[in-house]
Design a binder for this molecule. Structure first.
Ligand SMILES: *Cc1c(COP(=O)(O)O)cnc(C)c1O
Length: 391
């Protein structure tokens, strides 16, 4: 793989093409001209590798694609309009009417809906299995299974799958594998090395890191990416705009230092929480108490910044007070941005997620100072504790 700092800062940047400007331009043009009929004919035959029309290829998104592929160590990549677009396009490439999908339990909520509400209507059935058991994938395979879908770890309970073993099983049956690698980012896990065919990301999260754009990425072989380009990508048209692609190029410059900071801070925060009497459980792959800690060490490259905890109370007033007393952690969905966040399950209780423990709080660690975050958590836990013991 290329040197990471080279990928983030220089790969693909041919500055002579844009006035020797240091920073690549945002090319917003929807279409591109050709000087000869022959040149136009050539471009028409291969829209993926020529500038023809921006729903297909565009200099700004093209540059991003090159960096995304190099980052994940894949042959090729496509940026798309959202993480969900990346998931849908990769899955549609691997499953046609009459096919069967084996998916890990509890994937990202809209991925779950893609399988259960959407693809069902198109004659594609999905079986969900306990991802912590390799045999569960083996047992669920049918003659018409065309895809095994993974998300390791998932972004709420942080269960892992043994990626390498499951991909070997899939290959031996001629089944494609797709993994949602958003949690780890390309720096934290390389599913391509572990044998996965296609890797998808919500680039809205760590790849962006600034909570100011929505984007997705698909990485895989030249052959798979070309087929996705000609198929779901061009027909569904869920592209990333050149402006958002440029924002991502800018975000990538700091990917390594952002994630290093997040990783270090998170380990300090988790260590503090693990020893706090108001916390009953922490769900974090790199915590030695995680049941799959060894697997995390084996297949992940670094600890990241998203985890869930359970407060040591089920008193809704105390849980609510904890959430509302935090001054630095904002209450919002999404994760992976510069800002620390909480997503309390109690806020979802009137909605779909009554299956979650009421005292579960998911935390995303941002770029703030570790001591600032720890002090903030400490004072909010004290408030929750007082309410809990007084009621
Ligand atoms: C957010 C997220 C998605 C969806 O990505 P969008 O960019 O919001 O479409 C998919 N998978 C995971 C794990 C996510 O966290």
């Amino acid at each position: 793989m290329e040197d990471l700092s080279f990928i983030l800062n220089h790969l693909g940047e041919d500055r002579t093409k844009y006035f020797d400007a240091v920073t690549p331009p945002i090319v917003t043009s929807s279409n591109f001209t050709h000087n000869t009929v022959e040149a136009m004919r050539k471009a028409a035959l291969d829209e993926q590798h020529h500038y023809w029309y921006t729903r297909g290829n565009n200099p700004t998104t093209d540059l991003l694609n090159k960096k995304l592929a190099a980052l994940q160590g894949s042959e090729d990549a496509l940026c798309v309009g959202s993480g969900s677009a990346a998931v849908s396009m990769a899955v549609l490439h691997c499953a046609k009417a009459g096919n069967h999908i084996v998916s890990v339990n509890n994937p990202y909520s809209w991925t779950n809906k893609l399988f259960t509400l959407f693809l069902n209507e198109y004659g594609i059935e999905t079986t969900f299995v306990d991802g912590t058991r390799v045999e569960a994938f083996q047992e669920a395979i049918r003659p018409n299974t065309s895809l095994i879908y993974l998300e390791s770890p998932n972004s709420l309970t942080f269960d892992l799958q043994d990626i390498e073993t499951i991909c070997k099983i899939a290959k031996s049956h001629g089944i494609k594998t797709v993994i949602d690698n958003s949690y780890s980012s390309p720096l934290g896990q390389n599913p391509i090395e572990l044998g996965c065919d296609l890797v998808v990301h919500s680039a809205t999260k760590y790849l962006s890191g600034h909570s100011d754009l929505v984007a997705g990425a698909i990485m895989g072989s030249k052959e798979d990416i070309a087929a996705i380009f000609k198929g779901p990508f061009m027909t569904l048209g869920g592209i990333l705009s050149p402006f958002n692609a440029w924002q991502l190029l800018r975000s990538l410059r700091t990917l390594e230092i952002r994630l290093e900071r997040v990783s270090q801070t998170t380990q300090k925060v988790v260590a503090f929480l693990e020893n706090h009497p108001m916390i009953s459980e922490i769900w974090y792959p790199h915590s030695p108490s995680h049941p799959q800690y060894e697997l995390a060490l084996k297949q992940m490259k670094m600890p990241l910044g998203l985890f869930s905890l359970k407060l040591n109370t089920t008193n809704p007033t105390a849980i609510t007070a904890f959430c509302e007393s935090l001054k630095y952690f904002l209450m919002a969905v999404s994760w992976g941005g510069y800002e620390s966040l909480i997503w309390p399950a109690i806020a979802a209780y009137s909605g779909a997620r009554t299956d979650l423990p009421i005292n579960l709080v998911r935390m995303s660690i941002g770029l703030e100072n570790a001591d600032t975050l720890i002090n903030d958590l400490n004072q909010a836990l004290e408030i929750a504790h007082k309410i809990d013991t007084n009621s």
